[in-house]
Design a binder for this molecule. Sequence first.
Ligand code: ADX
Length: 185
Amino acid sequence: MEQKGVTLWFTGLSGAGKTTISRLVAAELGEKYGLRVQILDGDVLREEMGQDLGFTREERFRNIRRAAWFARTLNEHGVTVLASFITPYRDMRDHCRKQIARFYEIYVKCSVDDCIERDVKGLYKKALSGVIPRFTGISDPYEEPWNPDLTVDTSRDTPVESARQVLAFMERIGLLPVKREDELP
Ligand code: ADX
């Protein structure tokens, strides 16, 4: 089936700001542009239908395969998907790019030091003390994207600024519906 919607795939470390930014973007896309939007989030998807999965490379890949399938299916139904998963390996992101016709990779860049300092969920502390094994950025790899469609830097910019950059990117490449003069209120 033709994929009518697009997927913005946010990749980056835990706590980098993927979820926060995707929520801000989703609100704007829905309210201002009337797009049908679905957020797919790593923590939520794992809770709802990934309890069988841990964090080995294979399990992460299975998680990402499921998410990519969902994104693709939603796109086929005209839904814009904002997916936020660490997606730590390049081959996983390449898989997504192949599966999803209109796929845009957004690197939510943040230094490990800043993530440790924020530690919103308290997971870095546990990872550093060895309570959580295989933690991305601490005891498990994160392969930085070589050629993302967009990078937002949350060590430097606020979530609102980053969300604006995402919307500006979407506008620049023609992903936002243009309102005609006579349609404006
Ligand atoms: S992915 O690697 O498969 O893409 P995903 O984005 O779904 O990861 O889930 C990451 C979330 O799981 C983190 O934000 C964090 O809340 C939680 N988590 C628990 N254990 C780990 C771990 N070992 N590594 C990374 N994230 C973990």
